[in-house]
Design a protein around this ligand. Structure first.
Ligand SMILES: Cc1cc2nc3c(=O)[nH]c(=O)nc-3n(C[C@H](O)[C@H](O)[C@H](O)COP(=O)(O)OP(=O)(O)OC[C@H]3O[C@@H](n4cnc5c(N)ncnc54)[C@H](O)[C@@H]3O)c2cc1C
Length: 494
């Protein structure tokens, strides 16, 4: 097809559909006609409450006011994810979003901590994380970057349905046409195979030039209509089911997500202002659904307030998330389990890329190839980060954990782990979501220690090393003492 794109049709009104609608309407709303179709009867998946810091970039790009957003979506602040029992059964660490200490001009900071430790000093990476120190004291207040301090960064926990509704208002105000109907059929052009129009159950049809498939796991356009295959990653990430349930508000609103390892998988706990999100992600080879539900319900704090929602998934990514004139975003494009809360981020970057490659003058195969290459790379980096949590475990209480500890890894991850084990060097590809502090915290938390001290860190005179470490701890102490309790800060927002 090489006609200009004037009509964009988004299928799906979940988080993916409304993020796509809001972003495309904001950037291109005057030039293209945008329609979003969803079936309220089918509903949305109804989970997706934890985020990573790039959500702030998304919200800022959409012009959302932070205070109004927090109120509308019942949000709390998130400084990281607490991993309980992921290394050894009694291990406990937080993958925080901030940085560690202060990188030196020619050497990342963590190498100095490893040097100090190798020489017998009682130091921890997290002594130099403002995020960690605030999180474990249940404190929160945003902080501007300061050259003497590690970067303090945060994301949110929120009500995903309320977030989609918040974005819907914005998108509709910008001219997005919203149709509540079931798509019953998809008409393809007999020559090009491009999607021409969607046939709705109300007897109408909706034609388009470009279709964004946000139909969730149903993948109505990319899979059912275009038959694009799926790359399965279940041999590395064996969990294939989840159960989600909400419960009463927690007594203490801690500013982090909890991820608690269980023999069959792991459990999440997400504090919102007025309720708690809970869930169990598990392998159906380890436990059946009824026992999994019992396990989850026995391990929540407070009474459940919803019926448990059972979900099945296939971990992997679409072979070609963009095929002909269909771009799959959100669950239609692939799924990585929510261990690091990355799905909304991947929706955001998927739409960013679509805007970057937007086919005004018609669809270029080169642009499609580039889009698909970038998506595959980005998903594989996140996949590797998640696999590493499973692989670097020291549990022996189920076949799941034993399998993960022994399994073959993707080459990319095998290389990262070997490099870190030998040298303490962590890698970050240029467009990768997780940076060096994330990889280092995860490796350290999972119990992987480097064999060598970096020569630049080793060359620093001992008294200068001690002075540097003491100075950073001193700089952190001031702002930490001034930070209010997380819940008190939420209260100040009104
Ligand atoms: C257990 C679990 C936990 C998760 N936790 C997190 C998390 O903490 N953080 C995070 O970022 N992400 C998380 N996710 C992922 C997150 O839920 C999704 O990425 C996000 O909700 C986007 O979903 P979606 O919009 O692609 O699909 P859905 O929410 O399923 O929406 C699909 C839409 O398509 C519509 N539709 C489908 N078929 C038709 C049809 N024939 N006609 C009309 N409309 C149709 C539906 O009505 C719906 O509006 C989690 C996912 C799971 C499974």
């Amino acid at each position: 097809m090489n006609r200009p794109v004037e009509k964009v049709v988004i299928l799906g009104g979940g988080t993916a559909g409304w993020i796509a609608a809001a972003m495309i309407a904001r950037e291109l709303g005057r030039g293209v006609d945008i329609t979003l179709i969803e079936s309220k009867r089918l509903g949305t998946i109804g989970v997706g409450e934890a985020t990573v810091p790039t959500i702030k970039t998304l919200n800022a790009g959409l012009g959302l006011d932070e205070k109004a957003f927090i109120k509308a979506v019942n949000a709390t602040f998130k400084l990281g994810i607490r991993f309980e029992g992921w290394g050894a059964p009694d291990s406990d660490y937080i993958h925080t979003f901030g940085t560690l200490g202060q990188d030196q001009p020619f050497c990342p900071f963590h190498h100095y901590v490893f040097r100090a430790r190798a020489e017998g000093r009682d130091v921890s990476l997290w002594d130099y994380s403002l995020n960690f120190q605030a999180a474990t004291r249940n404190r929160f207040a945003p902080m501007k970057p300061h050259p003497d301090l590690p970067r303090f960064d945060y994301a949110y926990h929120f009500d995903a349905g309320a977030y989609a509704a918040h974005l819907e208002k914005d998108a509709v105000r910008r001219g997005v046409r919203h149709i509540d109907a079931l798509v019953e059929d998809v008409t393809l052009n007999p020559e090009s195979g491009f999607v021409e129009e969607l046939v709705l159950d109300n007897g109408t049809t909706v034609p388009g030039d470009l279709f964004v498939d946000c139909s969730g796991f149903r993948a109505l356009l990319i899979e059912k209509a275009l038959d694009v295959g799926y790359v399965d990653w279940d041999h590395w990430l064996p969990c294939d089911r989840a159960i989600a349930v909400q419960s009463e508000k927690l007594r203490t609103l801690h500013p982090y997500t909890r991820s608690i390892a269980r023999p069959c998988g792991w459990q999440w706990r997400i504090p919102l202002q007025t309720r708690t999100g809970n869930g169990l992600v598990y392998s159906s080879r380890e436990i059946d659904d009824d026992d999994a539900e019992r396990l989850l319900l026995e391990n929540i704090e407070g009474a459940p307030t919803t019926e448990p929602n059972r979900l099945r998934f296939r971990v992997g990514v679409r072979e070609r998330p963009w095929c002909r004139n269909v771009v799959a975003i959100g669950l239609a494009g692939g799924f990585l389990e929510p261990l690091e809360s990355t799905s909304i981020h991947l929706i955001h970057t998927g739409v960013m890329r679509l805007l970057w490659c937007f086919p005004h003058q018609g669809v270029s195969p080169h642009e499609i190839d580039e889009y698909n290459r970038q998506v595959r790379d980005e998903w594989a980096w996140v996949r590797d980060f998640i696999i590493a949590h499973y692989h670097l475990n020291r549990r022996d209480d189920s076949e799941l954990w034993r399998h993960c500890a022994a399994m073959d890894l993707p080459d990319s991850l095998r290389h990262r782990i070997a490099l870190y084990r030998d040298t303490g060097k962590a890698l970050k590809a240029c467009e990768e979501l997780f940076g060096i502090p994330s990889w280092v915290q995860m490796f350290e938390g999972q119990g992987l220690s480097p064999r060598q001290v970096h020569p630049v860190a080793a060359a620093l005179p001992a008294e200068e090393l001690d002075a540097m470490l003491a100075r950073i701890r001193h700089h952190i102490a001031g702002p930490l003492a001034a930070m209010p309790e997380h819940e008190a800060f939420l209260g100040m927002l009104g």
